[in-house]
Design a protein around this ligand. Structure first.
Ligand SMILES: [Zn+2]
Length: 114
């Protein structure tokens, strides 16, 4: 499962940060996830809740997910539109000369520690 790999990666990174900063326990982690990143938040939470039980420093650590809406920019007419609804084709002018501005993010925004 893709989400499990993602969770392991995030936990590794957080443990690393925690050790470098002499953190005793991580209470809460906030992730920002784009709506076209391919990650399904519900699966991610399930994997998270299981994975944190294997790491003392993160036992019962809460996961907060902030979604970032996907927005595409059109080179032809210079406007932005909702990627989820219209995909690669601009709804304003019909051009496919477009690129994703945001929505593919996957990053650790913040962590709350003891
Ligand atoms: Zn356009």
């Amino acid at each position: 499962m893709h989400e499990l790999g993602v969770v392991f990666h995030v936990i590794d990174e957080i443990e690393d940060l925690a050790q470098k900063n002499n953190v005793e326990h991580v209470n809460k982690v906030t992730l920002q996830i784009g709506t076209v990143s391919g990650i399904i938040p519900d699966y991610l939470v399930d994997c998270w809740n299981w994975a944190v039980t294997k790491h003392d420093i993160m036992a019962k650590c809460e996961l907060i997910i902030e979604k970032i809406e996907a927005v595409t920019h059109c080179e032809a007419c210079g406007r932005d539109y909702n990627t989820i609804v219209y995909g690669k084709t601009c709804p304003h002018c019909g051009s496919t000369d477009t690129y994703l501005l945001q929505g593919n993010e996957f990053m650790i925004k913040e962590m709350e520690v003891v």
